[in-house]
Design a protein around this ligand. Structure first.
Ligand code: DGY
Length: 325
C-alpha cells in the first residue's frame, strides 16, 4: 500500500515524479502558502504531511490529521514553523533536511557579504536608473574583504562552510558557538573562539548561522548591535527573528553599524519599512537554499524521511527522536 501523503506546495520535478511513483499523493491545489484551514483539510486522512517552512504546523493541524497522520516531513533544515512539542506529545516524528543546503546557503551568505561590502545593490540601482555618469575616483568606495575579520555567530555546518569561503578570501576568522570546538577542530577551521561580545566588537563582518530557538530570539538587539564597530556589516541568512529588525533599522539609520546583507526577515514576507530607504543594505527574498540542485536534494530527503516512517522504520533525519523511545 502506498502511503497517503499531503504535499502543501509543489516541489522540483524529480521530487514530484518520485512522490507520484511511491505515494498516494494529494497536493494543495494552489501554488501559494496554504491557510491553516487548508492545511487541516489537506492532512485529514493522510499518513504523512510534506510541508515547508512557511506552513504553520500547530496542534490544530496535527489533530486534523489524527488518527492517521504518522509523520511530518519538513522541506527545510529549519523547523521553527512546526510545534515540535505538540507533535512529540502525539508521538508524531518530525523530520528536516540537514546537510544538503549547507553549500548553497553559505554561497548566498558570502554573496551578500561581498555585495554589501562592495555596494553592489546601490550600484545596480544607479545604473538601472540611468543615473550613472561615468567612472569617478571617489564613487561608491566600499569595504575591503581581504584581510578583514569575519565573526561567525553559530559554527555548525553552514557556519563552517562560510568559514571555508572566507579563508579563500584571506579573511581572519573568529567565532562564537553554544559549544566550543575541540582545539584540533578549531585549528583545522582556522577560527579563534571568542565570547559573543568579543566577536561582535572585533569583527568587520558578522555572519549569523544559529538555529532560531527561544534562546536565539533577538540575539542581535539594540544592546548587542551597539557592540559592533561603526563600520561593521551584518549578514543574516539564518532566521529573521534572530535579529530585532526594528533595532537593526535604527542602528543602520543612526550609522552605528556600517551595513547589512539580509536574506531573512522577522515577519516574512513583510519587512521593517525603514529597510527600504536604506542604501547600506542588500535585501534578498530568502534565497539561501534556492538552487534547483539543492531544492531537489531537500525534496528527496523529505521523501526518504516520510517513506521510512511509512515502512515502519526510523526516518534518517528525525528532530524529535524521543517519539521512538
Ligand atoms: C531552511 O531549510 O531552513 C531554509 O531556510 C530554506 O531555504
Amino acid at each position: 500500500m502506498k502511503p497517503k501523503v499531503f504535499l502543501s506546495r509543489r516541489l522540483p520535478p524529480a521530487v514530484m515524479d518520485r512522490l507520484a511513483t511511491h505515494a498516494d499523493l494529494r497536493v494543495h491545489p494552489e501554488d501559494r502558502v496554504a491557510t491553516p484551514a487548508e492545511l487541516a483539510a489537506g492532512v485529514r486522512g493522510r499518513d504523512a504531511l510534506l510541508c515547508n517552512i512557511t506552513d504553520r504546523i500547530d496542534a490544530a493541524v496535527l489533530d486534523a490529521g489524527s488518527p492517521t497522520l504518522r509523520v511530518v516531513a519538513n522541506f527545510g533544515v529549519g523547523f521553527n514553523n512546526i510545534d515540535v512539542a505538540a507533535a512529540t506529545a502525539r508521538r508524531i516524528p518530525v523530520t528536516n533536511t540537514p546537510g544538503v543546503l549547507t553549500d548553497a546557503t553559505a554561497d548566498l551568505a558570502f554573496a551578500l557579504l561581498l555585495a554589501t561590502a562592495r555596494r553592489l545593490g546601490e550600484g545596480e540601482r544607479l545604473v538601472r536608473a540611468g543615473q550613472w555618469t561615468g567612472w569617478e575616483p571617489m564613487q561608491m568606495l566600499g569595504a575591503d574583504v581581504t584581510g578583514a575579520t569575519l565573526g561567525l555567530v553559530g559554527f555548525g555546518r553552514i557556519g563552517k562552510a562560510m568559514a571555508q569561503r572566507a579563508r579563500a578570501f584571506g579573511m581572519r576568522l573568529v567565532y562564537w558557538n553554544r559549544t566550543r570546538l575541540s582545539p584540533s577542530d578549531e585549528a583545522s577551521a582556522g577560527a579563534m573562539y571568542l565570547s559573543l561580545a568579543e566577536v561582535l566588537s572585533q569583527a568587520d563582518f558578522i555572519s549569523l548561522h544559529v538555529a532560531y530557538t527561544p534562546e536565539t530570539h533577538h540575539l542581535l538587539n539594540a544592546a548587542t548591535l551597539s557592540r559592533m564597530k561603526r563600520t561593521a556589516i551584518l549578514i543574516n541568512t539564518a532566521r529573521g527573528p534572530v535579529v530585532d529588525e526594528a533595532a537593526l533599522v535604527q542602528a543602520l539609520q543612526a550609522g552605528t553599524i556600517g551595513g547589512a546583507g539580509l536574506d531573512v526577515f522577522e515577519r516574512e514576507p513583510q519587512l521593517e519599512p525603514g529597510l527600504f530607504g536604506l542604501n547600506n543594505v542588500v535585501l534578498a527574498p530568502h534565497l539561501g537554499s534556492a538552487t534547483i540542485g539543492t531544492r531537489t536534494k531537500m525534496g528527496m530527503i523529505a521523501v526518504d524521511n516520510l517513506l521510512a516512517v511509512a515502512a515502519g522504520q526510523r526516518p534518517p533525519n528525525c528532530v524529535n527522536p524521543q517519539v521512538f523511545a
